[in-house]
Design a protein around this ligand. Structure first.
Ligand code: ALA
Length: 301
């Protein structure tokens, strides 16, 4: 079983090797330097804002790193199996250097061939379009190609509930690519003020095979059932907010981030991020000191 250290290193090796040739940028302080718009660094792209906006980066146009992040926008979810306030984000960036098709194909290669995930359990979301910005057909085509490489004839479905439901398996499932709107498939770092950067995104999900919260509703990959876990997000950061509107930028960037804890959980085949080697030694030590079992009382979670 791969350890979290091996997964971190595998990620950096993949991005720094040919044909990607990315350079590693350093981890920055969790408390932002000279930026009054954020209290804490909430994503790996944080120190890259000027470069995503067009300023040349001293290390070039292809970058990657592992950045510590603190995020409170989903704080109500903390305490479940996979939401943390503090986590490490693996990230890669293209400052106008390569296409979203390349990004999606490389992402699939990384998850399947380096992390060892089962392509039959992978699903994807794409930007479904709004009045201002059209549906992301390039991302749909790229995902179809990415699945095909692993022998899967994936199809796009407008109906987001066309996913395996309770008791159904994702093996040989056809519909794997689904459209979502602003809430799920648009990403921006902070509030809509002049100069803010953002763009449509495409997330990758893994079928965890069991439902944790049965609401009785039909399942879809972005719901709260716990069956499908989001394990990475490629943002196509191509827009800047100016005068009340998102306007296309000349430089077409890519900003990918994936929660290391969640990726480790999928690779180590654990239902909860707390059962991975990122946490389990601490939990075992607390069990020994306190004399209580970690999962002795589900109700108190
Ligand atoms: N910056 C993007 C995110 O945090 C990748 O999801």
């Amino acid at each position: 079983m791969k350890t979290s250290d091996e997964i971190r290193n595998e990620f950096l090796k993949f991005w720094t090797s040919s044909p990607r040739n990315a350079k590693i940028i350093p981890n920055v302080s969790l408390v932002p330097n000279n930026d009054p718009t954020l209290l804490f660094v909430n994503s790996g792209m944080f120190p890259l804002v000027p470069y995503l906006a067009g300023q040349p980066h001293p290390l070039g146009k292809r970058l990657c790193n592992v950045q510590r992040c603190l995020r409170t926008n989903d704080i109500e979810d903390v305490g479940d199996y996979n939401h943390l306030t503090f986590f490490e984000m693996i990230g890669n960036w293209s400052l106008g250097a390569f296409s979203k098709t390349e990004q999606i194909l490389w992402k699939m290669e990384l998850y399947v061939e380096k992390f060892g995930l089962d392509p039959q359990r992978i699903f994807a979301s794409v930007w479904g379009g709004d009045d201002n910005i059209p549906r992301d057909d390039e991302a749909i085509d790229a995902w179809i190609k990415a699945f095909k490489k692993y022998g899967i004839e994936a199809k796009f479905s407008e109906d987001i509930t066309n996913v395996p439901q309770q008791g159904e398996s994702s093996q040989n499932w056809q519909f794997r690519i689904f459209p979502y709107g602003k809430k799920d498939n648009w990403w921006q770092r902070g509030p809509e003020v002049n100069g803010e950067l953002g763009g449509p995104c495409s997330e990758i999900f893994y079928d965890m095979q069991t439902v944790l919260n049965d609401t009785g509703e039909k399942l879809h990959i972005n719901d709260d059932s716990g069956r499908y876990l989001e394990i990475g997000n490629s943002v196509f950061m191509e827009y800047r907010f100016e005068d009340g509107k998102w306007k296309p930028m000349e430089q077409k960037n890519i900003d990918y981030g994936g929660g290391l804890d969640r990726i480790v959980a999928t690779v180590q085949n654990k239902r909860s991020v707390y059962e991975t080697d990122l946490f389990i030694d601490y939990i075992n030590a607390i069990e020994n000191i306190s004399g209580h079992k970690y999962d002795h009382n589900e109700e108190q979670k």
